[in-house]
Design a protein around this ligand. Structure first.
Ligand code: GLC
Ligand code: CA
Length: 561
């Protein structure tokens, strides 16, 4: 058995990550809730899709008031999903197929049902057990910290009768933040990390990581003390489990995320939050500038580090990392119906966001798979699943995976009412119209297209590892960039407009090279002179391998001044 982490310590740079919730994928024991057994049964599907890393949303014992991000016990498995042995079997079976397993380390807060909290509220004030959490006599401390769940919470403090004090929480009031100023808390989290790492887990997503430590007079985000905690988690992992990966969930501007990589001694990966809404913005504005602008403002990261790219995930499409003006625009463009909005974001899936436009899904996927970083696919988006904004919170984007047009979308054999959530049934996105079985049979389906694209991406390490240079184009609707790594040079083009576009590129740096289109192996005219003329159809994209391109720096004559 070759484990991903044994092959290459930088495995995450070449990974294709697939995000799913155990409960939503497949129900093997017929009780209406997806489980580890179900995931094991569907690993062949994931292997054929081509993904190399499975990211599981929280599956720990929990009252499930935040879909498991309210952890009640860090070292167990929620009984609805199976047992710890079932989890171990999943890890083994995934590894056997060369698929790494990434799990959640909900490091900032616990459920109020966690024994640490129950113990803390009864412990004497000032005692180490009490100080597992952050307490206060007033609700006025740390006033500089914003409220994140603006639709449900009015304050980051909630009064606890039993303790006779307020406790601090950045998210729901049933999710008290732990206190990293207490050494015991760090020891606990290190213990949790070791526990899962020794079960073979390959990586950890550090949930809500900017908020670990709070200090008066600051906004309590990204503090140096928080980075010190992360360095200790990383040091332990490197020492005891080399090759395992940490992924930061820091919904921040690129320059504030940059420190989460440290000097290569904090997180290996971090999500690129700001590029995501700008991809959707470019598409609606028919202008490549928002994408170019945010990537230009993204600082370089250490050699061993990597961005995590995504189009959609289990949360709302967050609009925290855009200006107010951009936010208004996005809401107008993508969430005219108030039901589609949640907190500062938009709770919709990929396909409905782009009006089920196949070419737009392909275009955005081409960016996901060719911009610098590791792509992360949200389950169901590979078949174009829809959402349901009438369901509470983010439940509308967490519905059962649509395996077939049969009862319960082929997700479960349980009687309909016992499903954790009903499959989408509307005529456009419902399981009768959108499902895996049908798309496997249809050579032109989105699923088959996605498999193909993933296969192509995996043949070229340049996508996961290469540098990024923008190429100047005569047409603002065309996004043009080159990725280079070693011998490989790839030119990526995207037309963010609905109409066919002509454009000229300045490819003088690649004089003499032959562009070969990568999906069809068609050779295009050799590059001669500074201007290269091309056209792309509406929402079209193209990737060209530049054969015979000089490696960067080799023999390029500096332009005369
Ligand atoms: C992260 C998760 C989100 C959760 C929140 C609080 O942002 O992605 O789903 O609600 O943390 O735990
Ligand atoms: Ca089940």
């Amino acid at each position: 058995m070759v484990r991903a982490v044994d092959r290459d310590p930088l495995w995450y740079k070449d990974a294709i990550i697939y995000e799913t919730h155990v409960k939503a994928f497949f129900d093997a024991n017929g009780d209406g809730i997806g489980d580890f057994g179900g995931l094991v049964e569907k690993l062949d599907y994931l292997e054929q899709l081509g993904i190399t890393c499975l990211w599981l949303l929280p599956f720990f014992p929990s009252p499930l008031r935040d879909d498991g991000y309210d952890v009640a016990d860090y070292r167990g498995v929620h009984p609805s999903y199976g047992t710890l042995e079932d989890f171990q079997r999943l890890v083994e079976e995934a590894h056997r197929r060369g698929i790494a397993v990434l799990i959640e380390l909900v490091v900032n807060h616990t459920s109020d049902q966690h024994s640490w909290f129950q113990r803390a509220r009864r412990a004497p004030p000032g005692s180490p057990l009490r100080d597992y959490y952050v307490w206060s006599d007033t609700d006025q401390r740390f006033a500089g910290a914003r409220i994140i769940f603006t639709d449900t919470e009015r304050s980051n403090w909630t009064w606890d009768e039993m303790a006779g004090a307020y406790y601090w929480h950045r998210f729901f009031s049933h999710q008290p933040d732990v206190n990293f100023d207490n050494r015991l808390v760090l020891e606990e989290m290190l213990g949790v990390l070791r526990f899962w790492a020794s079960l073979g887990v390959d990586g950890f997503r550090l949930d809500a990581v900017p908020y670990l430590v709070e200090r008066e007079g600051t906004n309590c985000e990204n503090l140096p003390e928080t980075h010190a905690v992360i360095r200790q988690l990383r040091a332990a992992l490197d020492r005891e489990f080399p090759g395992r990966m940490l992924l930061a969930e820091a919904n921040q501007w690129p320059w504030d995320v940059r420190p989460y990589f440290g000097d290569g001694d904090e997180c290996h990966m971090a999500f690129h939050f700001p590029v995501m809404p700008r991809i959707f913005m470019s598409l609606r504005l028919e202008d490549a500038e928002p994408i170019v602008d945010i990537l230009r403002r993204t600082p370089p990261i250490p050699e061993t580090c990597q961005w995590g790219l995504f189009l959609r995930n289990h949360d709302e499409l967050t609009l925290e990392m855009v200006t107010e003006e951009e936010r208004d625009y996005m809401v107008l463009a993508y969430a005219r119906d108030a039901g589609q909005r949640l907190n500062l974001g938009i709770r919709r899936r990929l396909a409905p966001l782009v009006d089920n436009g196949r070419r737009r899904i392909e275009l955005l996927s081409s960016l996901l798979f060719s911009l610098p970083g590791t792509p992360i696919l949200y389950y169901g988006d590979e078949i174009g699943m829809g959402d349901d904004v009438l369901r509470p919170d983010r439940d509308g984007v967490r519905t059962p995976m649509q395996w077939s047009g049969g009862p319960n979308a082929g997700f479960s054999s349980a009687p309909g009412p016992s499903l954790y959530s009903q499959p989408i049934t509307d005529p456009v996105y419902g399981h009768a119209a959108v499902n895996v079985a049908a798309q496997l049979r249809d050579p032109s389906s989105l699923l088959r297209w996605m498999r193909n694209l993933i296969r192509l991406r995996k043949q070229f390490q340049v996508f996961g590892r290469g540098t990024l240079e923008f190429v100047s184009s005569s047409n603002p609707k065309i996004l043009a960039y080159v990725r280079r790594w070693g011998e490989d040079t790839v030119l990526c083009l995207a037309n963010v407009s609905r109409q066919m576009q002509p454009f000229e590129l300045d490819l003088s740096a690649f004089e003499g090279a032959t562009p070969v289109e990568m999906l069809g192996y068609t050779a295009f005219p050799r590059i001669a002179g500074a201007r290269y003329f091309l056209t792309l159809g509406g929402y079209g994209f193209a990737w060209f391998e530049l054969r015979g391109a000089r490696p960067p720096g080799a023999g390029i004559v500096a332009p005369a001044r």
